[in-house]
Design a binder for this molecule. Structure first.
Ligand SMILES: Nc1ncnc2c1ncn2[C@@H]1O[C@H](COP(=O)(O)OP(=O)(O)OP(=O)(O)O)[C@@H](O)[C@H]1O
Ligand SMILES: [Mg+2]
Length: 349
């Protein structure tokens, strides 16, 4: 060991001889067989430490929220809703992650314009239970991150079909990411398959976009039955935050009638915000941007911003209710003494 140490010091002296300040370099880094590699690792270590210092994402989040955007009916605006909500929440300085769980990869293509050619696939991570962190891609324009879709997601449905605990794979994979992100939004495929089941088991909240046409509304029943059955079996604790009417054509009699029927049947389950038909929403994906960034003033953007606001106020109201119930429970369980202090309130989301 002593001989090795002396050799290392000698090599270090040879390496650093010309510039005195370089002698400050840690010996253990300069004493590797390849001194150039040693220097590189020292620089990498420094960059890494600076990066950690400036990374807001490494702050531990205490109140993260996973939202699944699901409907087994295709083409109802799930992907458009998921992407624009990510963009709206990222605009409120929340750390946001979009998870594209649809093997079609519409969300991935909409914002990255192409499927990334070399990336570690989320499907494989779900199959072998490894971390999703290496799959994350930053989407700098929208200031949020994305886990792109992969063809392996289909493979996951087939390979995990008979495995025990297959419904919880995504929930387990997202657990460490909840420490990093404030909001995680899952764009579900148009099917009631293992991927959608995983999304419902991983999510805290469910948002169902639906168009105002007969087949879309008719299809809501099967999603609701799956939702109820997962909750009954104790597999999911997801809460139905609301149903949002999308691609709504103002002045079309059938749309108006179905929208009104939904209002009378669903009541507060229905978001007040309606996402109208807006050509900019369908143009935006070809530019690689959510409509909120493509044309901030169009009716589609304004509707999505309003929906994000409604979601925030629903979450705040639910948290306030939960706090009030907890406080009432605590009061009945142990009556407050004269000098007893109430428990501090939870941090608002
Ligand atoms: N408000 C809107 N106005 C006009 N077109 C829209 C609107 N919302 C979505 N679209 C368009 O409708 C199509 C389907 O939307 P989107 O991909 O968001 O639906 P989806 O439910 O995710 O579809 P899939 O089930 O195939 O995943 C897309 O071409 C999209 O650009
Ligand atoms: Mg989609």
């Amino acid at each position: 060991m002593a001989v090795q140490g002396a050799q290392a010091r000698k090599r270090n002296a040879q390496l650093c001889g010309r510039r005195k300040w370089v002698r400050l370099w840690p010996e253990y880094l300069c004493s590797s067989e390849d001194d150039a590699a040693g220097r590189r690792s020292w620089v990498q270590l420094a960059i890494w430490l600076i990066w950690i210092g400036f990374q807001p994402r490494l702050k531990v989040r205490s109140n993260s929220l996973v939202i699944a955007v699901a409907n087994n009916k295709g083409g109802v605006g799930k992907t458009s809703t998921a992407i624009n909500l990510c963009c709206a929440f990222a605009g409120t300085r929340r750390k946001v992650l979009l998870i594209d769980l649809d093997p079609q990869g519409s969300a991935t293509v909409s914002i990255l314009r192409d499927r990334p050619s070399s990336f570690i696939s989320s499907g494989n991570a779900l199959i072998d239970g490894s971390s999703l962190v290496p799959c994350i891609k930053p989407y700098r324009t929208g200031k949020f991150d994305l886990i792109p879709a992969s063809d392996d997601l289909t493979a996951f449905c087939i390979r995990a079909d008979n495995e025990h605990g297959r419904e919880q794979r995504l929930a387990e994979a997202l657990r460490p990411l909840r420490q990093i992100y404030d909001v995680l939004i899952i764009d579900c495929p148009p099917a009631l398959n293992l991927l959608t089941i995983n999304a419902l088991c991983a999510a805290d909240e469910l948002i169902i976009p639906t168009t105002c046409d007969y087949f879309a509304v008719e299809g809501l029943g099967s999603l609701m039955r799956l939702f109820e059955s997962l909750k009954r079996r104790g597999l999911s604790r997801v809460h139905l935050m609301g149903i949002v009417r999308t691609i709504y054509t103002q002045g079309e009699p059938l749309s108006q009638k179905i929208a009104a029927d939904l209002k009378s049947n669903m009541g507060t389950m229905l978001f007040n915000t309606i996402i109208p038909f807006c050509s900019q929403v369908s143009e935006a994906p070809s530019t690689g941007r959510p409509v909120i960034l493509y044309d901030r003033t169009c009716i589609g953007s304004r509707a999505y911003l309003s929906l994000a606001g409604e979601i925030l106020s629903r979450i705040t109201a639910r948290q306030a209710d939960a706090q009030a119930i907890a406080a009432a429970d605590a009061a009945t369980a142990t009556p407050l003494q004269g000098d007893a202090m109430p428990a501090p309130s939870r941090q608002a989301w």
